[in-house]
Design a protein around this ligand. Structure first.
Ligand code: ZN
Ligand code: ZN
Length: 180
């Protein structure tokens, strides 16, 4: 039996006999004759529960989407904003990331919920999304603030410029692959 999540707690279950039934998990209902006429907890309801417990299908309220970086399926809230990342590709403050444009490594200081087209770079007089080297990236993704590694700072030089926080569209940055 294959289970396909339809959202809002509904699942389509294709039985081995090629019939397709609709399971409403929250209401505990199924459209199969067993359930309709005998009001038993049919095998389709049980199968949906098993698939959820095993992590193969998302529970009600969640949806299955591919990680933006690697395509691994992740379950997120139905209304979670895109892009979605798996645990390995989620970036957090303190993480090292790579700028896809330049190959530079940076350290993340902030992961914002604000979109690239809503955050202005004052020095450039435009939004993060409009900034020249960002034009290839989606304007509706969150922005990430990052600094260049301290190693780049000249020992007795003027520090502030090198420690400036630069703001990037999320999709321009990726986690380096660790080859253990
Ligand atoms: Zn059923
Ligand atoms: Zn991933």
């Amino acid at each position: 039996m294959s289970v396909r999540p339809l959202g809002r707690g509904l699942y389509e279950v294709e039985s081995t006999s090629d019939h397709t039934y609709l399971v409403d998990l929250d209401a505990g209902r199924c459209t199969c004759p067993d359930h309709v006429f005998r009001t038993v907890r049919c095998k389709h309801l049980r199968r949906v529960a098993i698939e959820i417990t095993a992590g193969r299908t998302p529970p009600p309220g969640e949806t299955a989407v591919p990680c933006y970086d690697c395509g691994t399926t992740v379950f997120v809230d139905d209304d979670a904003p895109e892009p979605v990342y798996c645990d390995r590709h989620t970036i957090r403050p303190g993480d090292t990331v790579v700028d896809r444009e330049t190959g530079d490594r940076l350290t993340v200081v902030d992961v914002s919920v604000l979109r690239a087209d809503a955050v202005r770079i004052d020095a450039a007089g435009c939004t993060v999304a409009e900034y020249g080297s960002n034009e290839a990236y989606d304007p509706d993704v969150p922005v990430v603030g990052a600094v260049y590694p301290h190693a780049n700072v000249a020992r007795h030089g003027v520090v502030p410029e090198s420690l400036r926080v630069y703001v990037f569209p999320r999709t321009r940055l990726e986690k380096p692959i660790d080859r253990a």
